[in-house]
Design a protein around this ligand. Structure first.
Ligand code: ZN
Length: 150
């Protein structure tokens, strides 16, 4: 495993759209493990998308305190309700803002062995999944902030 450097601020990578994974192989598992290590290395690391470490693949890792998730080709298939949350991003250190997100989401993805998984996420985990899956489409949370917090 290795720490990866996180792309920050106006890096052009952050606005790029990531490509789907065709085969979940050792190479993909290695990237996921590196992403996990990089996320845990950061004091506020609750989630990380591969694009943030310069890899344009649809990979997300997340841990909001309820367990580690490794998502390959994640898609939000259901959104329920709404919550106003405070978000930050490892690519924008020191920036915090209020964002509206669904209260609950259902995410379908492959796991690190290519097996389909379906995850129901509520509250902080739902927020996290939305934020990270946005990254895969080149969307950063700043585009959704309606109020910044000093
Ligand atoms: Zn982010």
């Amino acid at each position: 495993m290795a720490l990866r450097k996180i792309k920050q601020f106006d890096d052009v990578f952050l606005s790029k759209v990531s490509k789907p994974i065709e085969e979940v192989d050792d190479r993909i598992r290695e990237i996921l493990d590196d992403m996990v290590e990089t996320m845990y290395h950061e004091p506020n690391g609750g989630g990380l998308a591969a694009v943030q470490v310069g890899i344009l693949k649809r990979l997300v890792v997340a841990d909001m305190g309820t367990g580690l998730y490794k998502l390959v080709n994640p898609v939000i298939v259901e959104k329920i309700g709404e919550q106003t949350v405070v978000e930050g991003c490892l690519s924008y250190p020191g920036v915090w803002g209020r964002v509206k997100r669904p209260l609950k989401v259902v995410v379908e993805a492959l796991d690190e062995y290519g097996k389909p998984q379906r995850i129901e996420a509520v509250g902080a985990l739902a927020k996290c999944f939305c934020h990270e899956i946005d990254h895969l489409d080149g969307i950063v949370f700043k585009e959704k902030v309606f109020e910044y917090i000093d």
